[in-house]
Design a protein around this ligand. Structure first.
Ligand code: HAM
Length: 423
């Protein structure tokens, strides 16, 4: 059979893997529901300007990673590289724009044209939340972080590191930017080409640079928060206090800026050593997102976790994923009359909630038993002419070989299955 590989950086998710994905998704629905969040499903593509304005034209994502195309009407559209901008585009049409709180979560595929590597894909999946509309409040920021930790606990992920920092507000930044530029400028000749361009375009991006030649200068950079207003620093201190009061351990990382330009005040990232180089399992923060047509930006706070990365970490921690669903019952048929009976019987059993497998081209008994084994069916029922005549058969429990006599009726089989279950 010829194997046609999908494009680089995208993957199929087969049924035996899907069980683990479903488990993450239902844990997210459960935990986020406890905090009053409801699901918002936004389109996979948006007008390009939603991301350009929303994420900031200077960001790596907008400059280098978006999948942008023109539709037949000549409109520029982009596959969503993240969820926040689309959520804000949707909520901008509601009373969120007038300060009313909206609590939403989302999950689904995102697209970034990055160099594929372990844990870094071009189509990846995020599960995220956004609390939108209310003015900035340390309580909401701490709640978002607590919710993320709660979700990780629910899916069995322990041992993560929570890094937090403050980006201040726009009026805090000029003094910090000047101090950073003064610090880096004398070393530019020794720094990477990207950072040489960043110093004038967006000096904060330098703090994000991973190049070995830049790291010593980044480590030695002044903490930008020392140039922020007393109000902004008090806001951040309150977030830290609230986390401490809730027993959530964290590290303040003055170099954490996050890759998207919409952040103000609190930013955070969760890393895990089980991931290797791509060590961020989740990230988020408070933002003020500007969109085309909006008079003032809308405030919000939220986070997104990468589902592929959550699954890698769970694997590394040895959390057993749930197994794919297996049939409860395999109906084997000996002869045409038995096959006709089993076809109708399978339909009745499925309607009664019993997952049932059957082979419509029933060949030898041996091949049907092999199929039942391969599917890991819990029970088998072999039907032939004599069973049809007697209206009775033997329900075989595959794990221990025990055979239970049953009458060949829906009630007969259902009660035998129920009795076997309670044993
Ligand atoms: P982000 O840090 O760009 O934030 O992405 C969040 C998470 O998505 C990352 O921590 C990572 O786990 C996962 N991720 C990102 N890119 C990839 C990739 N190429 N392959 C696999 N996983 C990836 C945001 O997207 C913000 N919208 C988060 C947010 C919500 N901030 C406020 N509200």
């Amino acid at each position: 059979m010829p194997k046609i590989a999908p494009p680089p950086g995208v993957s199929d998710i087969f049924p035996d893997e899907a069980a683990a994905w479903l488990q993450l998704e239902s844990a997210a629905r459960k935990v986020f529901g406890l905090y009053g969040f409801g699901e918002l499903r936004t389109p996979i593509f948006e007008f390009t300007e939603v991301f350009q304005r929303g994420l900031g034209g200077e960001t790596e994502v907008v400059q280098k990673e978006m999948y942008t195309f023109e539709d037949r009407g000549g409109r520029s559209l982009t596959l969503r590289p993240e969820g926040t901008a689309g959520v804000m585009r949707a909520l901008a049409a509601t009373d969120a724009a007038n300060g009313v709180e909206h609590r939403v979560f989302y999950m689904g595929p995102m697209f970034r044209g990055e160099r594929p590597a372990a844990g870094r894909k071009r189509q990846f999946h995020q599960v995220g939340v956004e609390n939108v509309g209310r003015p900035a409040s340390p309580g909401l920021d701490a709640e978002a972080i607590a919710m993320l930790c709660h979700f990780l606990e629910e899916i069995g992920i322990t041992g993560f590191n929570l890094l937090i920092n403050t980006r201040g507000v726009p009026s805090d930044r000029p003094a910090a930017e000047q101090a950073l530029a003064e610090h880096f400028r004398p070393h530019l000749a020794e720094m990477c080409e990207d950072c040489r361009a960043r110093i004038d375009r967006n000096v904060w991006r330098i703090l994000d640079c991973k190049q070995a030649c830049c790291r010593p200068f980044i480590e030695a950079a002044p903490d930008p928060a020392q140039f922020f207003s007393g109000e902004s620093r008090a806001y951040f201190q309150k977030v830290c206090d609230l986390l401490t009061e809730q027993g959530i351990p964290f590290t303040v990382d003055p170099r954490l800026v996050r890759g998207l330009d919409y952040y103000v005040h609190t930013v955070f990232e969760l890393t895990h050593s089980g991931l290797g180089a791509q060590n961020a399992i989740a990230g988020g923060g408070r933002y003020e997102l500007q969109l085309p047509g909006l008079r003032t930006p809308i405030p919000g706070v939220g986070f997104a976790a990468g589902m592929e990365r959550l699954l890698i970490v769970r694997d590394a921690l040895g959390v057993t994923p749930p197994s794919a669903p297996v049939p409860k019952l395999y109906l084997a048929s000996l002869g045409d009359a038995a096959l006709a009976f089993n076809t109708a019987f399978a339909a009745k059993l499925r309607h009664a909630g019993i997952s049932t497998a059957i082979d419509y081209d029933a060949k030898s008994m041996k091949s049907q038993m092999r199929a039942a084994d391969r599917m890991k069916a819990e029970f088998t029922l072999v039907i032939g002419d004599s069973e049809l005549e007697a209206q009775a058969a033997k329900l075989k429990h595959m794990a221990d070989g025990n055979e239970i006599p049953v009458t060949l009726s829906l009630d007969g089989v259902l009660s035998a299955l129920a009795a076997a279950e309670t044993k």
